[in-house]
Design a protein around this ligand. Structure first.
Ligand code: TXD
Length: 316
């Protein structure tokens, strides 16, 4: 019996959503449903993408819609619905508006795609993925946040540029909250298998790691009308690929921790195993004392953010 194509629902058809739709089509990951509340936006982008198929050589159904009914049976839902930052805004400034949007989106996913693996992108990420799991009621392995793959990719990019090396020769990880206090884990950063501090002095690494933490804001201040979208889209599609292809890939993602890393009952970015059962395992690694201190500080911020979200929602 022919195996039907998988179905990927992109909830939010803006900058990241449209870019993910393009990536999913080019990578032949399956059929794509682009959902948005702005009528015409998802439909127009979907039609445009569909018309690139003969040139690119992919066969997929790509549909734009404002109806949740059209996401029925999705294997993966990737959520970007919400507002993006403008210059001068922090990710946390998006909390109130995006919490209300995430609540309605999560209700739609719960009703029409109850078996989907849900990847949350909307900022403030750590609070939004927490809310998504809470409202959908899905098990913890079925709801994950995209943060660390993007942040780690930025770290790898800056190291590769500093040394004029291929990005493929640089491994690095950024863990913790998706905020200005995220944790570049220098002790895991290697260039060709050699620890990075053998090539770059500590003071320069400090500067590079600070640029990683502020990289999102750097792009917001350049674009002025929105935030990064190419690299975030690539990061989220990488997670969808690991799920759809059962890759058992270890990637830094915002996962729900219940005791791992000493964290109880909170979404936080750590290395996880992604496969056909979603977040299949949390991988615990050693951190230096300095990294652990930064990790704990970032955790405190995430916990405060979730508390602030709860207060906002209680007032609604
Ligand atoms: O990696 C990460 N986690 C971050 C996430 C990296 C970069 C950007 N990050 C955040 O993703 C950003 O701060 C935003 O909160 C989201 C989406 O960013 P994007 O750049 O795609 O924003 P756009 O272009 O404004 O698109 C958002 C779309 C827009 O078309 C709205 O009409 C739509 O969301 N929207 C909705 N869709 C569905 N349902 C509802 N209720 C809704 N409300 C708005």
């Amino acid at each position: 019996m022919a195996i039907s194509r998988r179905k990927i629902a992109l909830i939010g058809g803006g900058n990241i959503g449209g870019t993910m739709a393009h990536l999913c089509a080019l990578k032949k990951l399956g059929d794509v449903v682009l959902f948005d509340v702005v009528d015409g936006l998802p439909q127009g982008k979907a039609l445009d993408l569909l018309q690139s198929a003969p040139v690119e050589g992919f066969d997929a159904n790509i549909v734009g819609t404002t109806r949740y009914e059209d996401i029925v049976g999705a294997d993966v839902c990737i959520v970007t619905a919400g507002i993006a930052r403008k210059p001068g805004m922090s990710r946390d400034d998006l909390l109130g508006t995006n919490a209300r949007i995430m609540t309605s989106v999560s209700q739609g996913i719960r009703e029409y795609a109850p078996n989907a693996f849900v990847i949350v992108i909307t900022n403030p990420l750590d609070a939004m993925v927490t809310l998504c799991r809470r409202v959908t009621g899905f098990p913890k392995n079925q709801v994950v946040g995209q943060s660390g793959i993007l942040d780690s990719s930025r770290y790898r990019t800056f190291i590769a540029q500093e040394l004029n090396r291929s990005v493929e020769s640089v491994t690095a990880m950024v863990l913790g909250g998706h905020g200005d206090d995220m944790v570049p884990v220098r002790s895991t950063c290697q260039v060709g298998g050699v620890p990075v501090d053998r090539f770059i002095p500590s003071e320069r690494l400090d500067e590079i790691e600070q640029r990683v933490r502020m990289a999102g804001g750097e792009i917001v201040s350049l674009l002025k009308t929105g935030s990064a979208f190419y690299a975030p889209a690539s990061a989220a599609v990488r997670m969808a690929e690991a799920y759809l292809q059962d890759k058992k890939e270890v990637l830094p993602c915002a996962a729900y921790l219940e005791g791992e890393y000493g964290v109880q009952g909170c979404y936080f970015c750590v290395p996880v195993l992604l496969g056909s059962d979603g977040v299949e395992k949390v991988i615990e690694i050693d951190l230096t004392a300095e990294e652990k201190s930064a990790f704990d500080q970032s955790l405190s911020h995430v916990q405060e953010l979730v508390g602030a979200m709860d207060r906002v929602l209680a007032q609604a």
